[in-house]
Design a protein around this ligand. Sequence first.
Ligand code: EZ4
Ligand code: CO
Length: 403
Amino acid sequence: MPKIISAKTIVTCPGRNFVTLKIETGDGVTGLGDATLNGRELAVESYLRDHVVPCLIGRDAHQIEDIWQYLYRGAYWRRGPVTMSAIAAVDMALWDIKGKIAGLPVYQLLGGACRTGVMVYGHANGETIDDTIAAAREYVANGYKAVRLQTGVPGMSDVYGVSKDKLFYEPADSDLPKETVWSTDKYMRVAPELFAAARKALGWEVHLLHDVHHRLTPIEAGRLGKDLEPYRPFWMEDATPAENQAGFRLIRQHTTTPLAVGEIFSSIWDCKQLIEEQLIDYIRATVVHAGGITHLRKIASFADLHGVRTGCHGATDLSPVTMAAALHFDLSIPNFGIQEYMRHTADTDAVFPHAYTFEGGMLHPGEAPGLGVEIDEDAAARFPYKRAYLPVARRLDGSMHDW
Ligand code: EZ4
Ligand code: CO
């Protein structure tokens, strides 16, 4: 058996922080897992280093499901983003090892390809509607079939999804959480204007998406969904926080705009009701934050039974290791919907050389055995950890809102 003889964490900041787990077997086969939890990176790193790695030594790397169960049930303290990101990292690394030993890309181990490639969407953003549309045109010119649109809101200085550097939007950009101001009224007026202008300028062939980023109440989300309906968005994302899954019933009663949610979910229990009652159309749970490939497959199978498709989170805080794992998963499941794709910086790509490729609006994980991603540890060491937080949002009267 391929016995696990060592495992270590690697923290690096090639433009942003990443936590990576590297597992090695007695035969010298190595596997990588991403454990990055934006703004709380070191909590997961400690969880792995101090509490998980000692339990892995000597185990059979082939026993992916058993090790998953061991870490999930064995902790006693179940679920939550820290635990599930740590388990995810182990899971990814073990799939990577299994693929390398088999000489097969991971998607082959998951049942083989169900499609020729994975449709992705890019992020177009700008301070004004015109700037956003200009950015979207660039994506379309580069072959993208789907583009997410976010725009500045007049009277608000910082808006989620809008950045000065259009190519590499990175919200975790300050040493302590930046304080931003939020006005639901102003936002609710601009978003439909953006979509009206975008359809006029870009036509109807391209899929257009929008991320509300947890800012609305269910009835407000119903209103916005209705206002966006004439422009046929591919989805409205994270319209309202989803701790209360029943809240989505209210949105559903008011709009036919497709709903996506779940980038912050850590297990199937965060979306069981949403899926069972068909309150959403796309589940956004990801490999790194929802317990790895092993657990995400369960979520996807459950979703498939209820006509819900996947739309995995794929922002820059998910490392190339997660991106590769997501692509193997996306390629292999029947109910794939779309994959988010924010390009990483050149420094990040240099630290994580990878086999996945982009062509004609589609990503493909490549044919390298395992996940098809490596880590250049010398390069990683040149970029030490740098504390970075996501912003917070306050309403005009100073009270806290959801960022
Ligand atoms: O704000 O990943 O859809 N993408 C997003 C992201 C999230 C970040 C938080 O870490 O909502 O931009
Ligand atoms: Co989002």
